[in-house]
Design a protein around this ligand. Structure first.
Ligand code: BES
Ligand code: MN
Ligand code: ZN
Length: 491
């Protein structure tokens, strides 16, 4: 998708739909209103109230170079946030597309407390998310109208913001497409190919370990989960050297479970299809690495993705088994459905042993996360308050929201085992999301580490006026912003 910033006036830009974002009570721009013979003034405050997400389409009848004008509501000025502006832009872009537009232009909103770069950034993100088509495997391809160019009316600061927004949005959309892809089309081997392809295109070094390679590395927990599968596991390591490769390294670790049946502790049929998205954390890591490289972030960033599916079979690992992996810690298996923390433990131990200074990990780890926070905020669990706060703020700044869960010592009792160093479940299902997160912390030694449990926010059911249903790519933006801030901290 082309995104262009132009200094043309509203009354000059020749596009199919000119989109005017307006807060509640704000008048339409005078020049447009005058060109349309006072039409905007009649509609604004009458049919069009400026409520968040409201759209009203006006035909210009040749009185402007733009064929139509779309009034787009932003809600109350003081309530506009990076997220609401992004959402509004997606709604506007989709409404324009629905009306047959091939080219659209956004005016920047007045009357909101956001600088030009930020406004252009979040409008661009929203437009590119709203217009994105997830891949499908239908045998008949119906021709669909597509917007080919998005213009933003603004100056130099808007240009920087729009460029940033485009790169981030492309990373998020890549993550969405990957997490949406069926498990048989995206096995661990194929996920590794896709990651490697992205790395080649963006100047990132990549190593992919196959089953034998995993054995040589000592990834016993990833291999235990893989035991019941016909598909080989992969362990993917990407290195982006934005600071010359001498470190310090930021580690990003993502759960790459290409399909989670639960294994021997098999899940109920209903909703199991959806577990093709259990590599949403890995997808966010891949999308973020692409964006980090394209933004030329001045930090060294290492990304680690353990990948396999989780299947029942005569050879599967079983409840009661005791297994261990790269960290050397032993784990008593209580549920083969708590597989994510196992493969991540190997990924995290690898990142820590490679000397990463700080680590962030994202995964669709626990259903309990949906009980605790619902599909609104992801959960953060950490071993270091300061690093957790930094990641939390990076998420907010990038338009993703999290919530910090506790990590008091007593919570570690939830994962105590009488035969091994820990269990992979939680006693009495208490504090499931905290237990899952603290399990991970047991494998990073002293390295500051923050875990994002994106289980409830990685998927949205049903398309709406903003975005299509399916994988959301959440996590990607937090990773990118945290990497930018990590880079700033080095200077
Ligand atoms: N992939 C699931 C978690 C999940 C659930 C993600 C729903 C997205 C939507 C994970 O592997 C899992 O099965 N977790 C178990 C852990 C339990 C056995 C301790 C869960 O949440 O039930
Ligand atoms: Mn599971
Ligand atoms: Zn899982």
């Amino acid at each position: 998708m082309k995104v262009e910033v132009t200094s043309q006036a509203l009354t000059e830009v020749a596009v199919d739909v000119l989109i005017l974002p307006l807060t509640e009570g704000a008048p339409a721009p005078t020049d447009v209103n005058e060109a349309l013979g006072g039409l905007c003034a009649q509609v604004v405050g009458a049919d069009f109230k400026g409520e968040m997400g409201q759209t009203t389409l006006l035909y210009t009848g040749g009185r402007l170079p733009a064929r139509k004008v779309l009034l787009l509501g932003l809600g109350k000025a003081e309530k506009v946030t990076n997220r609401s502006l992004r959402r509004a832009a997606g709604i506007g872009a989709r409404a324009a597309r629905k009306s047959g537009a091939r080219s659209i232009a956004f005016a920047l909103p007045g009357a909101v407390e956001m600088d030009e770069a930020a406004a252009a950034r979040f409008i661009t993100e929203g437009a590119l998310h709203g217009l994105f088509r997830l891949p499908d495997w239908k045998s008949e391809k119906k021709p669909r109208p597509e917007v080919e160019a998005v213009h933003i009316l603004g100056g130099e600061r808007a240009r920087e913001g729009a460029e940033h927004g485009r790169i981030v949005a492309e990373g998020v959309n890549l993550a969405r497409a990957l997490a949406w892809t069926p498990g048989n089309h995206l096995t661990a081997a194929k996920l590794a190919e896709r990651a490697a392809e992205m790395c080649r295109e963006n100047g990132i070094e990549v190593e992919v370990y196959d089953k034998k390679g995993c054995e040589e590395l000592g990834l016993g927990l990833l291999l235990a989960v893989n035991q019941g599968s016909r598909e080989e596991p992969r362990f993917i390591v990407m290195r982006y050297k934005g600071n010359g490769g001498q470190g310090p390294w930021l580690g990003l670790v993502g759960k790459g479970l290409t399909f989670d049946s639960g294994g021997i502790s098999i899940k109920p049929t209903e909703g199991m299809w959806n577990m093709k998205m259990d590599m949403g954390g890995a997808a966010a890591v891949i999308g973020a690495m692409q964006a980090i490289a394209r933004l030329k972030v001045k930090a060294d960033v290492m990304a680690v993705i353990p990948s396999t599916d989780n299947m029942p079979d005569g050879g599967s690992y079983k409840p009661g088994d005791v297994v261990s992996g790269l960290s050397g810690k032993t784990v008593e298996i209580r549920s083969t459905d708590a597989e994510g923390r196992l493969i991540l433990a190997d990924g995290l131990a690898y990142a820590a042993k490679q000397g990463c200074r700080k680590i962030i990990t994202a995964s669709t780890l626990t259903g309990a996360c949906n009980i605790a926070l619902g599909p609104i905020r992801y959960a953060l669990v950490a071993n270091d308050d300061a690093w957790e706060e930094e990641v939390y703020r990076a998420g907010e700044a990038a338009g993703e929201r999290g919530w910090k869960l506790p990590h008091d010592e007593e919570y570690y009792d939830l994962i105590k085992s009488s035969v091994a160093d820990m269990i992979n479940g939680t006693k009495n299902r208490a504090a499931g999301t905290v237990a899952g997160g603290l399990f991970l912390m047991k494998h990073v030694g002293d390295t500051p580490c923050v875990h994002l449990d994106i289980a409830a926010v990685a998927w949205k059911s049903g398309s709406d006026e903003y975005e299509d249903e399916g994988a959301t790519g959440v996590g990607t933006r937090t990773f990118v912003e945290a990497a930018r801030r990590f880079a700033e901290g080095l200077r």
